[in-house]
Each structure stands twice: as structure tokens, then as C-alpha cells.
Design a protein around this ligand. Sequence first.
Ligand SMILES: [Mn+2]
Length: 421
Amino acid sequence: MTVQRTGATAEADLRRDYESLGERLARRGVEIDALKARAAAFGVAVPSWGVGTGGTRFARFPGPGEPRDVFDKLADCAEINRLTGATPTVSLHIPWDKADPAALRQTAAALGLGFDAINSNTFSDAPGQRHSYKFGSLSHTDAGVRAQAVEHNLECIAIGEAIGSKALTVWIGDGSNFPGQSHFTRSFERYLQSMQAVYVRLPGDWRLFSEHKMYEPAFYSTVVQDWGTNILIAQELGPQAFCLVDLGHHAPNANIEMIVARLIQFGKLGGFHFNDSKYGDDDLDAGSIDPYRLFLVFNELVDAEAWVEGFNPAHMIDQSHNVTDPIESLMTSAMEIERAYVQAALVDRPALEGYQDANDALMANQTLRAAFRTDVEPILAMARLEKGAAIDPVAAFRASGYRAKVAEERPAVAGGSSGIV
Ligand SMILES: [Mn+2]
């Protein structure tokens, strides 16, 4: 049992820790207040579906106070942002979050939230829709199914415009389970034609994100399976099309940070879906399995900030919370993502470049590890404190009684929607 430090004691402890870290960083030529300002400015979007308990193919075990609709989801997202100060935007998913756009916009504004990329869904059938996506959507062999999928994406753009989104994320489940089932070239050609029909209707200040995934739900081939196919899509469609990288959508041991670097180099990195995995697309909490990989991804992003004009990747959490309180998981994940960002900002880049040019492999690696080893928690906590968020968000959440309160207000509903892409 640890002693819970709260209030004035916690703040006094934090100020001492911050001062001490500031002294140590100053010896390395690093100004701690500048890092704190970067931490304070950092934000990652919360997916609306993440605040409901997730599940697996086998079962879902709902927790108390599950959100009943998009407005409950927004309330939970606001709680996450209130305590972390790091999640100012929400990413909606259509049709799960369909509601009056004016009401969505007003509710979000009242809660201090904005809207990030809007996500379409053509990987499952919505009640009452004319055609089924069982055998695909944007790449389907039937032109009627493809037209329906295109129309859905156009509807998502219209909803997004009404609520202030500036990007559409398209992930499809299209693929095949059997060798021979699909013609690789023809299905991809159909996909490109459908995406072109969406792309030409994109508002001028919007971005279109395509998200690749190696497998699942299709287990033999998927139409948008890897970053190679993804960059082809973005290059074929045009300057408003970008690649979205979900950390769980690669083969085991893939060098994701290098994929990130390549996409940046050719101006096609759109953003991320953050999560973590041990075996496949596990959708575990960001930074819970391999925080070093998360840091290495941010190392590329921070490097790019220095030389890519207008560099502005969209960051979103995309996880499934099966055994934790989703609000607690999303808060800790947002903080882990921000931690990796601040650690990456600590990398001594001139020194690193010197070691790279001199082929000093050991010192180059040590330069990265010196940043990764630095405990930047006082920087993150001070940034939170100064913006009125919590020094320790999870402790504050548990002390707030929020979960018990919403559990009373929100009777359990059968089969509440939750999903993960
Ligand atoms: Mn994703």
C-alpha cells in the first residue's frame, strides 16, 4: 500500500522534483521550461468508442456507467481532458456516433472539446442498409455496394464539416480468407476508383487518411495491407491524401519508426493510431508493452518538426480496454504518449548527427538512450498542474467518484456499441 500524497504535499513534492530535474537538465544544456511548454502544447485525440469497455471475439465484460450514447461519451472524454489536459479533441465514428451535428458541436464546446478526424465504417453492416459489406465495401465486386460505401464516406464528410472536423479516416476490412478468392489487382483498382470518388468531394482544407492493416478481419489478404500499398494510395489520390499508421497493424518486429521516417520524407505521413501490442493487433494501452518503440517513433516525429514545414500529424489513441476502466486507460495512455514525445524532445540532435556522421554506433545509440532513460514525469506533471489538470490523474479520478456517479445515472444497456479499428 502506497501513501497517497494529495493537495499541498503533492504540489510541494512536485516543485522540488521539477527544480531538481531542471538542474540536471541544465547541466546537459537543456532548458526545462521549454520542454514543459512543449508538453503543455501537446495533444492527442481520444476516440469516442474508447470510453466504452472493449471486448474480444470471445466476450465483452461491460463495466459500470458505460456511456449510452455519444453525449455520454463526450462527457467521459471531457473528464479525461479535465484531469490530463492532454486530450482536447475527440474522434467520432459514424454511424456509431450519429446525432444532430448542432447538438454535438454545442455539447463539445460546452465541455471544452473539439473534434478531430471523423472515422467512417464500411467494415460492418449498419441496421437497415441496402447492401452488405460481408464481401467488402470500397473494393467490392458489385458496383452497387461500392457506391453505397462511397456515399457513406461522403456523409461522414458532411457530418464532419458540420462539427468542425478537418480530416476523414478510412479503414476498410476488405480482403480475402482464401487464396484465389480475390484478384489482387482488380480489387485494388476498384478500391482506388472508390477512394477517388471520395477524394474529389473533400473540402479544400481537409485531409484524407487511409489506414493500412496487415490482417484481420480478412486472414489471407487485405486490400490495404501495408505501408507500401498505403503510400501508393496517397500518391495516386493527390496532395490531400495521407497515410495513417496504426502501431498495431504491422507484422511482428516491423521497424515502424523507419516506416514513419519514409512517409515523412515523401510528405505522406498523416498521423497515428496509438496503442501497443505483444503478438498482433492487440490494442493494448500505449506504452504498456514496448515504451522504447513508442519513444523511437516520436524520435522520428521530433526530428521532422525541425525540418518539415507545417508538420502536423494527427495523433489519436486507438485501443480496446477490456479489463481496465477505460477512462483510466485512456488517461495513462495519453500521458505515456506525451512522455515519449518529451523524451524524444530531449535527444541531443547535434550530438547524434555527429556520431552518425562519424559512424560511432555505440555513442549514437547512447545518445538516444540517455533521453529515453530520463524520467520526465515532473515536466509532465508540472505542465498539468499549471493548466489546472491533475498532478496524478488516476488518483484524482479515483478520488472524484465520477465512475460511481455515472453508474447511477447510466443504467446498463444491453449490447452497447463498442468496437475497435
Ligand atoms: Mn486504427
